[in-house]
Design a protein around this ligand. Structure first.
Ligand code: ACK
Length: 987
């Protein structure tokens, strides 16, 4: 029976025409393939009569090893077939592919229930091959059944079908293993066994090589593999691939690119052939050498230029090699009276480039020897003669009667390369046509900001009468761009419409019947550089002052003053009353402002009571109702009360009284204030209601100002006002002072204590009394020159030599500004008068109070200019303050926002550099806070220099005025410390 079956199976195998050799699988490494074993397989069977080994030959005479078993009629079959030892190699997970046929039991006649249709596959791990066989040692892999056994064909024949089954085993850790096939009573023909493991086969991807890689046992984990660039390639991003459990490469990342001189071909980098180049690494192909270049070797990065051809430094390697242009052609010129125009045609060969420009060189040739010298800068070219892009140029200001040689050269990006000589087209031109220079040096007679008067000498003996002169001028900064000209018949001219503070270049030439002479030498003048006296001779003055402090610049003042002419003064005099005549007699050079009466000094009256009579109304004391005493003055009490005027509303008034027992001189001095005040009529000057002189007590009655004097008012309301409100107060004071200065009155004691404030915050100037008032002022102290002066408020020239002017009032106004912005702080704190004078002399000025807009501090500093003529006038101050009020945003930048150092020491306030915190606090009268500072750990000046108002508050200084005083002083110290660090100790 067994034999019959064998024949049958064998026949069937041939009949189905199976070719057992399979195509190569690139991602499989075969450990055993029974179809390719040429000799004995060496497999063992247990029992020996169980499985049957049959070896037949195929057409190519190669052995076909098969194993058959078919004991279907006998029960209890247990037949084992064991393979030879199979080396594991690099495998971990192993695949076994079985090809077999299996007869279904129904197809075999007479079989009993013992017939089976499956067999079992087992394996055993083993380090080496051995001969013993114990089925119990083997681990079962699977029971294998046939997918297809016999199938019915169309014609009713039964055909044996081939089954292919693959099973996995592993991971195997030993160096080899055995397979075993257990038959339990089936009819099987095992035709081939192929054992393999999977790998990701070595590959080239993105110009990188990846080696053979065995996947991980756990099929989900990928193996990351780094590739190596192929020869002549370089990495762009690290090339990587991932090896999957099935032996497939996944997720290519990164890449290599072919190096310079190499291009990609079939996954490799091959050298560029001669005549080609590749200048950059990358996946681009080699390019043919551009025109006029060559490469003789393989793998060229660049093609070299042929002889006489070049590449400019910025030319890319892909551009053709080029050469310098040929000469410009057909140079011609046209000369008119003023200019010479050179024209030429472009060169016939631009050298293969588009960056063609022209240079024109000029030589002046003259004299017997015909020596040529390069032209001086007097000869102008329009446009400039270097790098011309068009083929013409105008030549101006050449000298008459000379020969000029112009050399025109065409230039491109490779001109001058290869050391070739420059080639120029020459043209020589005689300027004989132009007349001789008939004009001598031009001089400036005077200038204003916008005009200039010039004059010059004409040639002593012109060949022909001079018809006129042409003055040519242009802004020096914009030379070559444009120029202007004007004509005159006389050898002088006033040039108008100029820009202020601008340098202009002038030159002049004459015209005779023969044509133009050449130009006079050029001369530069700046507008507005004359001093004011010189300019005011011309009848008008235009003053522009620009302040720039700490990097901020500000147009401060623009004022036009018309001086009254002599004729005007004559007219005024002829219409004058006697007291007006006195005005002119004593006005001490003051020029009255139109519409405003000149102030008359009461001291010029022989009888001072006449002055009172002239300027103040006598009030019947019965009209005055005194209510209370509000203060004490030098001469007596100051009271508040009411004044009745028949037919008018009762008004509140302040009444100054002259206490009993006064001398005649005291009476005169007391009443002189009324004589002065009575002359003024302005909303920002305290108004005189009248005087009581004919009864006792002598009184001066003025309008009542609800808020009293400005200094104490501000101190009482420290920090209560907006900047705009403060500026509004300053504006009122400036307006009152402008009025006073227009009348010719110099206050001499302008200070916040002498300003009164009403209940609408309107500020009015008060306390008039000329030098006498200083006697009353507790701030005034005697100077070396004998007078009594309020040092902190007074300009240096007034302190030094009693030069009191409206300009010294402006200085005081600056101090008032500082008082206002610091809410009544004492100027220069507790510094001694002597220290104040010294520090002012050294050039230092009060720093900005805290919270002070920089524009206002700049204005203060402007008022404190040593040179009094440079200080603004009250008109300027008023218009500037008006501008600030109109543009409140200009007040937003506070001094605290600007941390840079002042630009010059003149801008830097300086006070004694105190050595200890205690000394410092003493000096600013804040000694009571010594312990607060020490308790908070502030022991050195350096340590306090960074404190701000919050820090000061935090250490326990609760009064706003004190916080302000301390922080303001810290600010000054900070500047001093920084200045000393940068410049050394200054004082
Ligand atoms: O600061 P005060 O309140 O304002 O105290 C002084 C004091 O008199 C002595 O000068 C006050 N004072 C002076 N003139 C006037 C005035 N016209 N209206 C209101 N108070 C005045 C000043």
């Amino acid at each position: 029976m067994g034999y019959k079956l064998r024949i049958y199976l064998s026949f069937a195998l041939m009949g189905i025409g199976i070719t057992l050799s399979e195509p190569e699988h690139p991602n499989q490494v075969v450990l055993l393939d029974t179809t390719s074993v040429l000799g004995e397989l060496g497999w063992m069977t247990y029992p020996v009569n169980g499985w049957d080994a049959i070896t037949e030959m195929d057409e190519q005479n190669r052995p076909i090893h098969t194993f058959q078993v078919c004991h279907v009629m006998e029960p209890n079959q247990n037949n084992w077939l064991r393979s030879s030892w199979i080396a594991r190699q690099a495998a971990e997970r192993i695949y076994v592919e079985l090809r077999f046929t299996l007869r279904d039991c129904n197809s075999i006649p007479w079989v009993s229930g013992t017939c089976k249709e499956t067999f079992n596959l087992h394996y055993l791990e083993s380090e080496e091959s051995h001969n013993h066989f114990r089925p119990a040692d083997y681990a079962k892999i699977d029971t294998v059944a046939a997918d297809e056994s016999f199938t019915q064909t169309d014609v009713g024949e039964r055909v044996l079908r081939l089954n292919t089954e693959v099973r996995e085993l592993g991971p195997v850790r030993t160096s080899g293993f055995y397979l075993a096939f257990q038959d339990v009573g089936a009819c099987i023909a095992l035709l081939s066994v192929r054992v393999y493991y999977k790998k990701c086969p070595s590959t080239l991807r993105n110009l990188a090589a990846f080696p053979d890689t065995v996947p991980r046992v756990h099929s989900s984990a990928l193996v990351e593999v780094r590739g190596a660039c192929v020869q002549n390639a370089e990495e762009r991003d690290t090339p990587r691939l991932y090896c999957s459990a099935d032996g497939d490469w996944l997720v290519p990342l990164g890449r290599c690119v072919c190096s310079v001189g190499y291009e990609e071909s079939d996954g490799l980098c091959l050298a560029c052939k001669p005549g080609f180049y590749k200048a950059f690494a990358g996946n681009i192909k080699c390019s043919k050498c551009p025109p006029h270049s060559y490469s003789y070797t393989e793998a060229s990065a660049l093609c070299h230029c042929e002889k006489g051809y070049y590449r400019a430094t910025k030319d890319p390697p892909s551009t053709a090699c080029t050469r310098p242009p040929s000469l410009p052609r057909n140079v011609v010129y046209i000369m008119n009276e003023t200019a010479l125009f050179l024209h030429w045609a472009p060169p016939s060969d631009a050298g293969g480039r588009k960056d063609l420009t022209y240079n024109v060189l000029c030589h002046r040739c003259g004299g017997a020897g015909q020596v040529c010298q390069p032209c001086t800068s007097d000869v102008r070219f329009v446009p400039p003669p270097v790098g011309l892009t068009r083929t013409s140029v105008a030549v101006l200001d050449f000298v008459a009667n000379a020969n000029y040689t112009f050399q025109i050269e065409a230039v491109n990006g490779v001109s001058g390369m290869g050391g070739a000589a420059r080639q120029m087209a020459n043209i020589t031109i005689s300027t004989e046509q132009a007349g001789p220079s008939l004009v001598g040096t031009v001089k400036k007679d005077w200038s204003t900001q916008n005009s200039m008067a010039l004059s010059w000498q004409e040639a002593e003996q012109p060949h022909a009468p001079i018809l006129d002169y042409e003055i040519k001028y242009y802004e020096k900064e914009h030379e070559q761009l444009s120029y202007s000209s004007t004509r005159t018949k006389v050898p002088s001219a006033i040039v108008t419409g100029l820009k202020s503070s601008t340098v202009y270049v002038f030159h002049v030439r004459a015209r005779t019947a023969a044509g133009y002479s050449s130009y006079s030498p050029k001369i530069e003048f700046i507008t507005g550089d004359d001093d004011s006296e010189e300019v005011s001779d011309q009848g008008q003055v235009l003053v522009i002052v620009t302040a720039a402090v700490g990097g901020f610049s500000l147009l401060v003042i623009l004022t036009l003053f018309l001086l009254i002419t002599g004729r005007c003064q004559w007219y005024i005099k002829s219409k004058m009353k006697p007291q007006d005549k006195r005005r002119t007699q004593y006005q001490n050079g003051h020029v009255p402002f139109p519409g405003i009466k000149t102030y008359v000094d009461p001291d010029t009256y022989e009888d001072p009571s006449q002055a009172v009579h002239d300027f103040a109304k006598e009030i019947d004391p019965s009209r005055i109702h005194i209510e209370r005493v509000i203060g004490a003055g030098e001469f007596g009490e100051v009271c508040s009360g009411r004044l009745r005027t028949p037919g008018k509303k009762e008004i509140p008034v302040a009444i100054k009284t002259l206490k009993g027992g006064y001398t005649e001189r005291q009476r005169r001095d007391f009443l002189r204030e009324a004589s002065i005040m009575g002359q003024f009529d302005n909303p920002n000057i305290i108004r005189l209601e009248g005087v009581v002189t004919k009864s006792r007590p002598v009184m001066i009655v003025v309008e009542y100002m609800e808020n009293g004097s400005l200094d104490s008012f501000l101190r009482k309301h420290d920090g209560h006002f907006t900047v705009i409100q403060l500026v509004g107060m300053l504006r009122g004071i400036a307006s009152g002072m402008m009025y006073l200065s227009d009348t010719g009155y110099v206050h001499r004691d302008l200070a916040a204590r002498n300003i009164l404030v009403d209940d609408n915050l309107v500020c009015k100037v008060s306390d008039f009394g000329l030098s006498r008032v200083l006697e009353d002022d507790p701030e005034a102290s005697y100077t070396t020159t004998g007078g009594k002066i309020p040092i902190r408020w007074t300009a240096p020239e007034a302190i030094q030599y009693r030069k009191f002017t409206s300009a010294s009032d402006v200085w005081s106004y600056g101090i008032v500004m500082w008082e206002v912005m610091s809410y009544g702080e004492r100027p220069y704190w507790e510094m001694s008068n002597q220290d104040v004078i010294l520090s002012i002399e050294e050039g230092y000025r009060l720093p900005a109070p805290m919270g002070c807009p920089i524009a206002l501090h700049q204005l203060m500093v402007h008022c404190w200019q040593k040179e009094r003529s440079r200080r603004p006038r009250f008109h300027d101050l008023l218009s500037f303050l008006d501008q600030l009020i109109r543009n409140p945003s200009s007040l937003l930048t506070l001094v605290e926002d600007v941390h840079s150092l002042p630009e010059s020491p003149e801008d830097l306030p300086d006070y004694p550099l105190f050595i200890s915190i205690g000394d410092w606090l003493d000096s600013i009268k804040m000694s009571q806070y010594k312990n607060n500072f020490i308790a908070a750990g502030y022991t050195t000046l350096d340590s306090i220099s960074t404190m701000n108002i919050d820090d000061v508050r935090r250490i326990g200084v609760s009064l706003i005025g004190h916080q302000r005083r301390i922080v303001s002083s810290i600010q000054t110290l900070r500047l001093q410390i920084m200045h000393i660090q940068q410049n050394g100790f200054h004082v």
